[in-house]
Design a protein around this ligand. Structure first.
Ligand code: GLY
Length: 476
């Protein structure tokens, strides 16, 4: 088998799933050089060389790549921070190692304002109404408050408040979800306004979906749509998180979408791609420049935000269902010849297990936390052994978790471990994922119980049917 060396810049479970996809290659012997945020037990076992870089500093990642440059054929990056800081530019320009992620210029998530301005130019019909408040334009809080309240009058208070700079989902506040009075909204606004521009945009009622695509600079290849579970608690309540789970249906669309919604999403992304590509091809876009959050309304999808990285956990089910060799997909992205990808026509569900401090669970539900388990080792073996029952239809991907000197795994502060279930339908996949989740013991970890549940999906379907008939829901 041909040997291939791959640099993986890893944050959590999403990259463990990438590592798994590489290792499963039956065409190449893949040697992995992993720059990781922690001593991830899954990655450690599979890496040729593994280094821990807790802040994923790009100069430290660069030095690791430089040390192994003769053995690395290409690199791939999961998390957004190194992409925004220019990891691709640094490594490609100085070491000549092709990187799979956009260059710094195309990391559009560095500024939500620039994104909105781009969408307004290219796809205004799907861009919510928005106004940007720049600190440089105001000399007093009273001035900005006056303009803000005027804008709130126009939008009837139904707004989302978003800081310009990335805040890992935590900076976004939504009327009715995160605040119910103008005073609360103002407090949230000012906390963000202290550090930079703030967008106040129309709140859109609908159901969210995640669009992802691989891109070689000439073509974009859309991947099946997934649903993210952004809020911490069951029933889509509580603080925003990085995502507590996801599901994908068979086929390319989600149960609450219509085929024309999918066609419209692809049209929107094509328009943005054409604009950024500027005709011909633009290899700087290589990677996943379009991981888009859409919100489906009665009038079709509208655009919420763009990221230049794969979704976590949304890419996990896709990677597990690739029929094509992941190494070949990467080579084709580098060559500019990626025109299609074959994906198994199965359903998949991912559920995350997280520590008590995550999503402020311990504050909201102190009585639910298993106090005697806090800080104890997390036992994965029983869940891993479920592969005897389910084969490749169950995967356990540790994320924010480290292997310590005592040979045991301990959860860190973020999403600790993802369990993926695969089946012919969503409910079958959910059952497998939940069995895996329940088999993981220790660390006082908790999870959402309604990821991909029948009730949750039926509610989304009903919500969309009502919205298409012009009926809005009152959320409490
Ligand atoms: N699941 C949300 C994200 O990756 O940003």
């Amino acid at each position: 088998m041909e040997r291939v060396g791959v640099l993986v810049v890893s944050y959590g479970s999403r990259e463990a799933a990438m590592v798994d996809a590489f290792i499963r290659s039956n065409k190449y012997k893949v040697e992995l050089y992993i720059a990781d945020r922690q001593r991830n037990p899954f990655n450690l076992r599979r890496a040729e060389e593994h280094v821990v870089i807790p802040d994923l500093n790009i100069n430290t990642i660069y030095r690791f790549a430089e040390k192994h440059r003769d053995k690395i054929d290409f690199g791939i990056v999961g998390p957004e921070k190194p992409i925004i800081e220019g990891i691709r530019d640094l490594i490609e320009n100085n070491l000549g190692i092709p990187m799979i992620c956009p260059t710094k210029e195309y990391a559009l998530e560095r500024s939500k304002v620039l994104q909105r301005i781009l969408f307004q130019e290219v796809v205004p019909e799907v861009n919510p109404r928005f106004k940007v408040f720049y600190p440089k334009d105001y000399s007093s809080i009273e001035d900005v408050k006056r303009d803000l309240y005027k804008w709130l009058d126009e939008l009837n208070n139904e707004v989302a408040v978003k800081p310009d700079a990335p805040a890992a989902g935590k900076g976004v506040g939504v009327w009715g979800d995160h605040f119910n009075t103008r005073e609360e909204l103002l407090e949230h606004f000012l906390a963000n306004f202290k550090v930079g521009p703030v967008i106040v945009e129309e709140k859109i009622e609908g159901e969210e979906s995640s669009f992802q695509a691989f891109c070689d600079g000439k073509h974009i290849v859309p991947l099946p749509e997934t649903r993210d579970y952004k809020r911490a608690f069951d029933g889509d309540r509580g603080p925003n998180t990085g995502g507590m789970g996801t599901y994908k249906s068979r086929g390319y669309i989600l149960p609450f979408m219509r085929p024309e919604d999918w066609e419209e999403e692809k049209r929107i992304i094509e328009r943005i791609f054409e604009k950024l590509k500027g005709g011909g091809s633009n290899p700087n876009l290589r990677g996943m420049p379009f991981y888009e959050a859409f919100i489906h309304t009665g009038r079709g999808p509208m655009i919420l935000e763009n990221n230049s990285r794969p979704g976590d956990p949304e890419i996990i089910p896709i990677l597990a269902l690739l029929k094509d060799d992941f190494v070949d997909i990467c080579f084709r992205m580098i060559e500019g010849s990626l025109t299609r990808i074959d994906i198994e026509d199965k359903a998949a569900v991912v559920v995350y297990k997280v520590p008590p401090t995550y999503g402020d669970y311990i504050k909201f539900f102190p009585e639910m936390v298993k106090r005697d388990e806090v800080g104890t080792p997390v036992i994965l073996e029983e869940a891993e052994n479920l592969s005897k029952k389910y084969g490749d239809n169950i995967r356990i991907y540790p994320g924010s978790m480290e292997l310590r000197e005592d040979g045991r795994c301990y959860a860190l502060s973020s999403r600790a471990v993802a369990v993926l279930g695969i089946s012919e339908d969503i409910q079958g996949a959910r059952e497998i994922a939940m069995e895996g989740i329940k088999a993981i013991k220790g660390g006082a970890l908790w999870h959402r119980n309604d990821i991909a549940s029948r009730d949750h999906i039926e509610r989304s379907i009903k919500h969309m049917e009502d919205l298409r008939r012009g009926i809005r829901w009152q959320f409490t």
